[in-house]
Write a protein that binds this ligand. Structure first.
Ligand code: ATP
Ligand code: MG
Length: 267
């Protein structure tokens, strides 16, 4: 039975996405070189699915996520969310609908939290910027409790917390406005094994509760196997393999085989 609330449009569609960067000139007489980070990606993410993006370092995973999350504009190509064009160059007001639908967690919990802001203000930021109605203070307290932070966390500063706690603050900020698409770019990588397991559980429980679509970059195949139902394998800016996560059990493409072979086996 299909849920009448489930949108039939895909959550995200990237069409012929390309992103190039001009590198700094090494001399005034030579033109700067151009690097292609994402090189013609077509990708559909079904609503409610959980996509893992894997690939070797430098293959374009973070760039692709920044394009899909509307944080950066593609050099060419388009991103649509639920059928609507995502324009990374749009003003804060005209991109509010998309910000309202999305949350993102980055790898580095130190760099992603403003050290001068109290945790309560950091987590309330999306509510304020998106003009979400209701009592922000209560919403912040509820989400901080969900990520196991102490009751007084809202009044303290990020440096008063451990790396794992800071990443949970970042997760709280990403989900406080109840987004329908959650992005993560290596959100567990900077954490030790025990903390990582807890963060994986939190991701799963928020995605379950929100009925959200998940787009998760991880170089850790085990994390993708635990959290995702589909996987896209990137190499040199392209998606070389895309399908159910079970393809990691019997990889066919040589890039996927190498990634799986290099992955540490989980206990
Ligand atoms: N702002 C930028 N300016 C110049 N080059 C960039 C920029 N961002 C990314 N690149 C280049 O684009 C390519 C893809 O980078 P990207 O960060 O997307 O890869 P990645 O798969 O996320 O790698 P990692 O696993 O190391 O995080 C790399 O060659 C990188 O050096
Ligand atoms: Mg990256």
């Amino acid at each position: 039975m299909t849920n009448p609330d489930t949108p039939t449009e895909p959550a995200l569609v990237g069409s012929d996405l390309r992103r190039t960067y001009r590198l700094p000139r090494r001399s005034p007489f030579e033109p700067g070189a151009v690097r292609t980070a994402v090189d013609g990606v077509d990708l559909t993410v079904a609503a409610g699915s959980r996509l893992g993006i894997v690939g070797e370092s430098g293959s374009g995973k973070s760039t692709l996520v920044r394009l899909l999350a509307g944080l950066e504009a593609p050099t060419t190509g388009t991103v649509h969310a639920s059928g609507r064009l995502v324009d990374a160059r749009a003003s804060a007001v005209s991109s509010r609908w998309f910000r309202r639908e999305t949350g993102i967690v980055f790898q580095d919990p130190v760099a992603s939290l403003d050290p001068r802001m109290r945790v309560g203000a950091i987590v309330a930021e999306p509510l304020r910027a998106l003009r979400v109605e209701g009592g922000h203070r209560a919403m912040v307290a509820a989400v901080l409790e969900r990520v196991d932070l102490p009751a007084d966390a809202a009044d303290r500063y990020p440096h008063e917390f451990s790396g794992g706690q800071r990443q949970r603050i970042a997760i709280a900020r990403a989900v406080v406005h109840r987004p329908r698409i959650l992005f993560g770019d290596e959100p567990m990588s900077a954490l030790d094994v025990v903390v990582r397991a807890r963060v994986i559980d939190l991701f799963r429980s928020f995605v379950d509760d929100l009925g959200a679509t998940l787009v998760l970059v991880s170089h850790d195949i085990g994390v993708v196997q635990r959290l995702c139902d589909t996987v896209a394998v990137m190499s040199a800016g392209r998606i070389v393999e895309h399908g159910p996560v079970s393809l990691l059990d019997a990889p066919t493409h040589e890039v996927t085989r190498a990634l799986v072979a290099a992955a540490p086996t989980l206990p």
